[in-house]
Write a protein that binds this ligand. Structure first.
Ligand code: ZN
Length: 139
């Protein structure tokens, strides 16, 4: 699918906000239907998921404490008629060890976010046989 660049947004999420719902609300508020998301910062008590192919559902890992948000990257597309952010994270502990996975939730201590809006045909997530909601835009 061919896209072109739209608006760019650079902002900080206030301390205490839940990062995933904040990004989803931001996308809705600014009518961002396709885009890419990047962030760095610090998260508290993040929950991340690992998709278990055999069980067709996410195993959720609840991390306790404060973690460096070493890298957050994801995309925005449409799910159930609304902007939906799909985000993966790498989280670092005080020893520098990394945990990674599909972001389920996390409380913001610091989050510096860059969102690049993309313009093109509607890109929608639809339920698949494998249990995931994916794009039809295969190449
Ligand atoms: Zn994922």
């Amino acid at each position: 699918m061919k896209v072109s660049k739209g608006r760019s947004f650079l902002f900080r999420i206030p301390e205490g906000e839940e990062i995933l719902s904040f990004i989803n609300e931001f996308a809705k508020r600014h009518n961002i239907f396709i885009g890419t998301v990047y962030a760095i910062g610090t998260l508290k008590n993040p929950k991340i998921g690992y998709f278990k192919e055999d069980r067709r559902q996410y195993k959720i890992m609840e991390l306790k404490g404060t973690y460096e948000l070493v890298s957050l990257m994801g995309n925005i597309s449409i799910k159930d008629g609304e902007p939906f952010a799909h985000i993966h994270v790498a989280l670092g502990d005080s020893d520098g060890s990394l945990y990674g996975g599909h972001l389920v939730e996390g409380e913001v201590f610091v989050a510096e976010v860059f969102i690049q809006e993309l313009l093109g045909e509607p890109l929608e997530r639809k339920p698949q046989k494998n249990g995931l909601a994916l794009w039809d835009a295969e190449e």
